[in-house]
Design a protein around this ligand. Structure first.
Ligand code: SF4
Length: 334
């Protein structure tokens, strides 16, 4: 997989900002490149770099505290675009755009959509993650020859039109399409988009070259979520989890949920943590968890937790103030 690490730009920015010591932060899948990056930056005159080894999954999680205790002058955050509603001055972002062509892929997605019955009057929205955001224009121009192509502006959590985060699908909802084409890999973003919009989402994966509909996986995921909700139905006590990462802090939401729990005769305790793991939570003797931090914790990681771990809307279903038919994906607005 080829990524553009933009070594020249990073070295130039570090020098222009007068940074003597620079902290480097990488997402999990890219950490293996950390020392190559250090060597490249050193060759360009950035002598003092430190690698942050803490887990990192998004630009919601800038290593700003570590900048202070490492005595670094600035942070280079790799793999994510800025979240506009998070203001941090001494950060350089390297988005790691994927160097992979998508023209043939989009043409195959066109055939796939036509086979599903979409025609020239159909409104097809394009969404993607940051790694393929530069391909949106080309993809839309191919799509426009066959359908009405739509690219939506997101809210303050979203940097680019058409970009989605695992916790925010505002750019998809902005265009109210008949169906969406997600360019990228994995299930988390397209499943979130399908749940958030209630529409069909087709994935065009630039790495495998495959086109697929996520409906079946969404049904599977919903069955799992229904199982977690059912398992939490008899829980008497809940730990309401608040992430202390810059862009995951939702204390107001946690307080709202605690109040709701108490109104429904449930015991609830708010627990703050930077990075949630089942092992850390096991020490607390409670019956179930409600995570207000990254929605991935409850959705993607739930198999690792012995006790049910829910999103806030799922907790509302447990309390009986939301119907299962009104299930919504948990999103963090910007
Ligand atoms: S909260 Fe989760 S999904 Fe949202 S940006 Fe952070 S890591 Fe990504």
């Amino acid at each position: 997989m080829d990524y553009d690490f933009e070594h020249d730009r990073v070295a130039k920015e570090a020098k222009e900002r007068g940074w003597k010591t620079v902290l480097l932060q990488f997402p999990e899948g890219i950490k293996t490149f950390a020392f190559d990056v250090e060597r490249e930056l050193k060759a360009r005159g950035v002598e003092n770099t430190i690698v942050s080894g803490d887990p990192c999954f998004g630009a919601c999680d800038l290593a700003l505290e570590p900048i202070r205790y490492h005595g670094a002058d600035g942070l280079v955050h790799y793999g994510h675009s800025p979240i506009p509603s998070i203001h941090a001055g001494n950060v350089v972002y390297v988005e790691l755009r994927a160097q992979v062509g998508i023209d043939d892929l989009v043409l195959r997605a066109v055939s796939f959509l036509k086979d599903m019955g979409y025609g020239e009057e159909s409104r097809i929205g394009i969404i993607t993650s940051i790694q393929h955001i530069h391909s949106i224009e080309a993809a839309c121009s191919v799509l426009s020859e066959h359908f009405k192509c739509l690219v939506g502006e997101g809210d303050g959590r979203i940097m680019y039109p058409g970009q989605v985060l695992g916790c925010n699908f505002s750019s998809a909802k902005a265009v109210n399409a008949d169906a969406y084409l997600f360019i990228g890999s994995g299930d988390f973003h397209p499943l979130g988009a399908a749940l958030s919009t209630g529409k069909t989402v087709i994935v065009a994966d630039p790495y495998s070259g495959k086109i697929r509909d996520v409906s079946e996986n969404m049904e599977k995921m919903l069955r799992k979520r229904f199982g977690r909700i059912t398992a939490a139905a008899d829980a008497a006590s809940f730990g309401i989890l608040v992430g202390t990462k810059t862009g995951q802090w939702r204390m107001a939401e946690a307080l709202r949920l605690k109040k709701l729990a108490e109104m429904h005769d449930k015991e609830a305790h708010i627990i703050t943590m930077n990075f949630f793991t089942p092992e850390q939570l096991n020490v607390f003797k409670l019956d179930a968890w409600v995570s207000t931090s990254c929605p991935r914790v409850a959705i993607d990681e739930s198999a690792r937790y012995e006790k049910p771990i829910l999103t806030p809307p799922e907790f509302e279903i447990v309390l009986g103030i939301r119907e299962w038919e009104d299930y919504v994906f948990d999103e963090i607005e910007g």
